[in-house]
Design a protein around this ligand. Structure first.
Ligand code: ZN
Length: 271
């Protein structure tokens, strides 16, 4: 069975219902649902329609953004993450992906501490809901305002600091970590410690003209996707390979055609 999953954000112009119709036609078997795609919908209904479409809900994106200057704002973030966990539970999503956050004007060390505290505050609810959490290290270009966790080593350090609860692991996104000389050993470590919770695919374009919305389709850039994917599999990962592309360019074309291209690119990587 295909391990191909597509994130709803990848085909942002489509509604969730259109995704449920379009994804399976390309052999997609998994869907990661972004919270904005859920807006105005009952998660239990979405769960049923997703199953009817033959798609497995791989994860809910996203929680996180824990650091803030004031305790009140940090509590707000925790409350929002608790909501994400309950939405994931209602959807039947086994995982919430965490973009951990960072705030300009605050040290990365302090932000990492607040991230650790924030995740610790979620653990009882995650455990009760049967929902796992995945720390997604983000490329260092996002360190000032999106994530103070920029390497897999740092993600492991947070898992260690939390006492290695089985709920908390790592989302490996090739876009964010491909450059890291420690990547093979940190992937192997994630396998050994049961922390390989998710695997995300896209590509790194040169030049990248927008820090957020210029990600490439697999094969468009320089990331050794198959090599990293093989390391992840060798570490014991058997889950979906999730195509997550933010791209003004690709959002600007017909999304049915884009999905055809995604399926072809995926097949080329794994042929
Ligand atoms: Zn990702």
């Amino acid at each position: 069975m295909s391990r191909l999953c597509v994130h709803t954000i990848t085909t942002k112009p489509l509604t969730l219902e259109q995704c449920l119709d379009a994804f399976p036609k390309r052999g997609v078997t998994g869907i990661t649902i972004w919270r904005q795609a859920l807006e105005g919908r009952d998660p239990a209904t979405v769960r049923r329609r997703t199953a009817d479409a033959g798609l497995e809900v791989v994860s809910l994106c996203r929680g996180g953004f824990f650091p803030a200057h004031s305790p009140a704002d940090r509590q707000k973030a925790i409350d929002d993450n608790l909501l994400a966990i309950s939405q994931a539970h209602a959807l039947g999503a086994p995982l919430v992906v965490l973009v951990c956050g960072a705030v300009p004007g605050q040290s990365l060390t302090e932000s990492r501490k607040q991230i650790t505290d924030g995740i610790a505050a979620l653990l009882p609810a995650a455990r009760a809901a049967g929902v796992k959490l995945a720390i997604e290290p983000l490329h260092p270009m996002y360190a000032d305002d999106r994530s103070a966790v920029n390497t897999m080593r740092q993600a492991h350090e947070i898992c260690d600091a939390l006492g290695s609860p089985e709920e908390v692991g790592i989302a490996v996104d090739v876009y964010h970590v491909w450059w890291d000389p420690e990547l093979p050993e940190q992937i192997a470590r994630a396998g050994r410690t049961g922390r390989l919770h998710a695997f995300h695919l896209c590509d790194w374009k040169t030049p990248t003209v927008d820090l957020l919305n210029d990600r490439g389709l697999m094969g468009e850039g320089c990331i050794p996707i198959r090599e990293i994917s093989d390391q992840v599999d060798a570490a014991g990962f058997t889950g979906h390979r999730e195509v997550e592309i933010f791209s003004d360019k690709w959002w600007g074309i017909d999304q049915e055609e884009f999905l055809d291209r995604i399926a072809r690119s995926y097949d080329l990587v794994y042929s």
